[in-house]
Design a protein around this ligand. Sequence first.
Ligand code: SF4
Ligand code: SF4
Length: 415
Amino acid sequence: MDTRLADFVRDTRAGQEAAAILRSCVHCGFCTATCPTYQLLGDELDGPRGRIYLIKQVLEGKPVTEKTRLHLDRCLTCRACETTCPSGVKYSHLLDIGRQIVEEKLPRSIGQSLTRTLLREALPRPAIFGPAVKIGRFLRPLLPAVLADKLPPEAQGVNKPWPSGGRHQRRMLALAGCVQPALAPNINAATARVLDHLGIDFFEEPKAGCCGAVRFHLNDQAAAKKDMQRNIDAWWPHVEAGVEAIVVTASGCGVQVRDYGHVLADDAVYAEKAAKISALCRDPSEILVAESETLRTLLAGAIGVIKTLPKVAFHSPCTLQHGLKIKGVIEEILLAAGYELTPVANGHLCCGSAGTYSILQSELSKQLRQNKLAALNDGVPAVIATANIGCLSHLQAGSVLPVQHWIELIDEVLK
Ligand code: SF4
Ligand code: SF4
């Protein structure tokens, strides 16, 4: 797709990157068929090819309108289109560029700006979000439905303690994240216990915080870069001390940390460090695969001890399968641990969580959740497992079945 970049963007890195991405798109429309919002709304502009065209117009200097923004806002950034695209179009990077320009050129209404500012400022701060969740649970009957829906009934406690540090020579860093400690503190603790079985110390660095995804996807890329730089500074002494990996248990955060090198590529101070951090970033499933021989031995010893394991429906988050390109791996680990997996139709489709999308586009989000839960429940599982805190709390709000992180199920077997 040839693009005549407008003056305001022609000589910028973003403009050059966008033009290269646009050139790689051949308009075939294969991506449209697997786009969740196109499937719901049936409008070409609510599919990837239509959105690519809208961004092209913005970059060529055509007027930016509310209609442009509406269709870009409705995108889940699920990246199913990237998985489908035969030409390797980096749609999500193009969308980031397009959304940022639209944000700058077309101010939002006061109401929209306030909501987004609140989300940008509250979600990434555990010191605000944690107490807010507790108060929110208490005031649940008084909250607007869209917020009450986001609050799981009560935080899953830490089932067993986090193993004490300094037991092993091998060390891996954990991203604590922003909302996960308040909503599901057992996830990182369970990961620490599983890694402990594998002879690895797993620890959090308290000076690190939100990965930057919340602010990045609310189009405050400058603040998001500061979140990333703060994390790099916090982690760097551990990197220099030889930490083996940075393990991110929420795939939504993992895909963001994996992108630090790209986002900060122009930063004279941080570019090199950001690339190193991205290279060290791992989903826990990647660690378990690398340690599969030891894991197999551990599981073989444990499987006979536990008599019955629940049937599991696994929801693969978009950030896991389309972002990190990890497919079928967690399912294999669960099977090896002795769980029976139920079939899940249309596993490539988003559950509607998508960060703050479930708050900002609540109707579309609810429809997607309804469809996803119907597919997950079809095989009559006893538990739903997933790999991302956003999907977990979103699905849990609509499900009578428990929704857990898959690593908690492995922890259950190894205990
Ligand atoms: S990221 Fe997802 S919602 Fe957005 S255009 Fe691609 S497939 Fe559609
Ligand atoms: S599948 Fe790829 S090349 Fe075809 S229209 Fe979609 S983004 Fe463009």
